[in-house]
Design a protein around this ligand. Structure first.
Ligand code: MRU
Length: 341
């Protein structure tokens, strides 16, 4: 993996988007070269690129793709706008995708180079934000938890792969590791697409951070038995009242942390905070194909005719969220604190 994995970036030689195909990890490290909006939308929907902050960059670069494709094909403004909207709507839950599109869309009148520069700025800002929020979260945790080295549980993948660098929840773990204050990470495998066992484990492996993978169903027991000191997760959308939307299974982790009296910490850049969403009830939760649940690696595991229920995300109510750490600081929703501008 080298120093830092590059998840998604504009490639000047290609004149298109180059992304690491996360569907193939950890077995194969292959990149996809994308020069059309339709190919980018497909890559987003099938999770070749995924994770809220990385989707923000994908959204912004999608606007450049739409402008270039429009140029090549003689599209009018309306057709370019339809293409941009298709990127914006490729997945509904992570606010970063729509945010990334909206951040650069206003620059279209200044030309595609201005849009590309703004998209690149989003990526570099994200990496910077992740470093900062990781430092803040590590400081916060170490001031509260009285152990030489912490044992942490994480769910899904909120590492460099899900961002433009360093990671959010995994970024916090990296920061603790660099300070020699991390003993072990318990990684939930994250059914059905295994972002934990495929991607988080891949990252921790390369970083030399000790970890164990557990099935999602083990998480509450691990927490209640006192085998971890804290849970640290990322987020796809944080509502104004502190409700946190993240990968399905996260709310169970939060409930167990509450019952065990250990902190449940959310690490995310400010771009994941959506002040226009009042609370978690109104978040559009992506429903993915039931086939992902009744099959494992393409092999059917349920009886023929069995149908899967497959919400990709859940909402953890603010009262269960001990801390939300962004690059702007720490907010403690469980104590009644709200996010504001
Ligand atoms: O469906 P995914 O893999 O895009 O879901 C990703 C997550 O739920 C992550 O935890 C979240 O986006 C935070 S990534 C820093």
């Amino acid at each position: 993996m080298g120093d830092e994995v590059v998840t998604i970036a504009w490639d000047d030689g290609l004149d298109g988007v180059r992304l690491l195909d996360q569907r193939l990890l950890p077995g194969r490290t292959e990149h996809r070269e994308i020069t059309t909006v339709a190919a980018l939308v497909e890559a987003i929907r099938t999770l070749a690129v995924r994770g809220a902050p990385a989707l923000g960059v994908a959204g912004a670069l999608g606007v450049v793709l739409a402008m270039d494709e429009g140029d090549r094909n003689g599209w009018g403004e309306e057709e370019v706008a339809v293409a941009v909207d298709s990127v914006r709507a490729a997945r509904p839950t992570a606010v970063n995708l729509a945010w990334g599109v909206d951040e650069v869309r206003g620059r279209m009148a200044q030309g595609r180079d201005a849009v590309l520069a703004a998209a690149r700025q989003i990526a570099s800002e994200d990496a910077r934000a992740n470093r900062e929020l990781s430092r803040l979260a590590a400081d916060w945790l170490l001031a509260r938890l009285d152990r030489p080295r912490l044992r942490a549980l994480t769910h899904c993948n909120a590492g460099a792969l899900a961002t433009s660098g360093w990671g959010t929840a995994v970024g916090v773990l990296r920061e603790l590791h660099e300070r020699d204050r991390l003993e072990l990470v318990v990684v939930d495998e994250t059914r059905p697409l295994l972002q934990g066992s495929r991607l988080t484990a891949y990252e921790l492996d390369h970083l030399g951070i000790p970890y164990l993978i557990e099935v999602d169903g083990a998480a509450s027991s691990t927490i209640l038995r006192g085998l971890v000191d804290v849970a640290v997760v990322g987020s796809d959308r944080i509502a104004a009242n502190g409700d946190v939307c993240n990968k399905i299974g996260t709310v169970g982790v939060a409930l167990a942390c509450d019952a065990a009296g250990i902190p449940f910490v959310v690490a995310a850049p400010w771009s994941t905070v959506d002040l226009d969403t009042a609370d978690g009830d109104v978040i559009d939760i992506e429903q993915r194909p039931g086939a992902e649940v009744v099959e494992l690696a393409g092999v059917r595991t349920a009886p023929p005719g069995a149908r899967g229920l497959n919400p990709a995300f859940d909402v953890t109510p603010a009262r269960l969220v001990t801390a939300i750490v962004t690059e702007r600081g720490v907010v403690e929703p469980a104590r009644g604190a709200r996010l504001d501008r």
